[in-house]
Design a protein around this ligand. Structure first.
Ligand code: GDP
Ligand code: ZN
Length: 315
C-alpha cells in the first residue's frame, strides 16, 4: 500500500501554482514539517500532483489558482494526489486562473507611452470578470515628476489608482510588494515591452529557488513556460505571470458595456439616465454627462460591438 496513514501530514490543503501536461504543481505550506523537507526560507513545498479520477467523474476541472486537498503525499519525491477542489470565488478565462482577487495592469509611461485604447482594453477585461484592477505605471525614470503626476491624475479621473515604479532606480518596489501582499492572488497583465519581466524579477529575486526542482523534473527551464505560473509574494499571497496575454478580448453585451466604465458607472448608480435600455449615445433625454476623456473610446467600442456582435460573444 502506497499511502502512509501514520503520517499525520499526509492530507493537506494547497494551491495549484502551475499545470504541466497531465500534472499539476501544488504548493503547500506546513510549518510543522520536518526542517529538511521544506524550503528553509519560505517554509513551503511544491508537489508534483496527479488527480483522483473521481474529480473527472464529477466534472471538476482543476486550474491554476484552485484551492485543493492533496493526499498520499510522498515528501521525499515531492509527489501527491489531488482528491478535492474547493469552490471557486472567481474565474478569469484568459488566461485561465481561479480565485484571482486583483489584476495589476502594467503600463509604461514612456517607450512605449500610454495608449488609452490599449490600457482601457486591459481595464475592461478586469471589469468584465468583476475583478478589481490596479495600474502599475512602469519606467517612470524616463519622464519628469510633473508629467508623472499628470498620468496619475488622468487615471484617477478614469476611476483607477496607480502605483509608479522604476526598475532602473528601484523606485516604488517596496510599496508595490506591500500592495501585492495585501491581497491573495494578483494577475500581472499588460502589453509586451512595458517591463513586466523585469518587474517580476525585481519583485521576486528568489524566483528560481522554489520552482527549480520542479522545473528540473519537468525538463524545462524555470522561465521558459508559456503557461500561467503562480509565484509566492509576502505571506500567503501570490503573483501570476501571464505571458501571451497581450490583446485581451472583452466578452460583453452592448447593454452592459457602460457599467464597465467607472466614469459611467458612478453616474448610473446615481441614476443620471432614467432610460433602462439607453446606450448613452445621442438618445433624447439621456441624462449622462459625456464630457470625460474615455467617452470617445466607449462610443467607438460600442459601435464595434453593435456592428459585429459575434466577436464579442463568449465561447
Ligand atoms: P516585458 O515585455 O513587459 O516583459 O518587458 P521587459 O521586462 O522585457 O522590458 C522591456 C524593455 O524595457 C527592456 O529593454 C528593459 O530593460 C526596459 N525596462 C524595463 N523596466 C524599465 C524601467 O523601469 N526603466 C527603463 N528605463 N527601462 C525599463
Ligand atoms: Zn443614457
Amino acid at each position: 500500500m502506497k499511502d502512509n496513514r501514520n503520517n499525520s501530514f499526509n492530507n493537506c490543503k494547497g494551491i495549484v501554482v502551475a499545470i504541466k501536461a497531465n500534472f499539476l504543481i501544488v504548493e503547500i505550506s506546513n510549518h510543522d514539517l520536518k526542517e529538511n523537507l521544506v524550503d528553509q526560507i519560505s517554509k513551503k513545498i511544491r508537489l508534483l500532483c496527479s488527480r483522483r479520477s473521481k474529480l473527472d467523474y464529477k466534472g471538476l476541472f482543476v486550474d491554476v489558482g484552485d484551492v485543493v486537498i492533496v493526499e498520499s503525499i510522498d515528501y521525499k519525491n515531492k509527489r501527491a494526489v489531488i482528491s478535492e477542489v474547493e469552490p471557486r470565488k472567481s474565474f478569469l478565462k484568459r488566461p485561465a486562473v481561479a480565485n484571482v482577487t486583483q489584476i495589476a495592469i502594467c503600463i509604461s509611461v514612456a517607450e512605449p507611452s500610454l495608449d488609452i485604447e490599449q490600457t482601457s482594453r486591459f481595464l475592461l477585461t478586469a471589469e468584465c470578470a468583476s475583478i478589481k484592477p490596479i495600474i502599475i505605471l512602469t519606467k517612470i525614470d524616463l519622464i519628469q515628476n510633473n508629467d508623472l503626476k499628470l498620468y496619475i491624475n488622468k487615471l484617477k479621473l478614469w476611476g483607477y489608482e496607480s502605483v509608479a515604479v522604476s526598475i532602473k532606480n528601484v523606485h516604488g518596489i517596496a510599496l508595490l510588494v506591500d500592495l501585492l501582499s495585501k491581497t491573495r492572488l494578483t494577475v500581472l497583465a499588460g502589453p509586451s515591452g512595458v517591463g513586466k519581466t523585469s518587474l517580476i524579477n525585481q519583485l521576486i529575486p528568489t524566483l528560481s529557488l522554489p520552482t527549480a526542482s520542479v522545473s528540473k523534473k519537468l525538463k524545462r527551464g524555470t522561465h521558459t513556460t508559456r503557461h500561467v505560473e503562480l509565484f509566492s509574494i509576502g505571506q500567503g499571497s501570490f503573483l501570476a505571470d501571464t505571458p501571451g496575454f497581450n490583446r485581451p478580448e472583452i466578452i460583453c453585451e452592448p447593454s452592459d458595456f457602460a457599467s464597465l466604465f467607472p466614469e459611467l458607472r458612478a453616474q448610473l448608480i446615481n441614476s443620471h439616465c432614467k432610460f433602462r435600455d439607453c446606450l448613452h449615445r445621442e438618445e433624447p433625454g439621456c441624462g449622462i454627462n459625456k464630457d470625460f476623456e474615455r467617452y470617445f473610446f466607449y462610443r467607438e467600442y460600442l459601435e464595434e460591438m453593435i456592428n459585429s456582435p459575434q466577436s464579442f460573444q463568449g465561447g
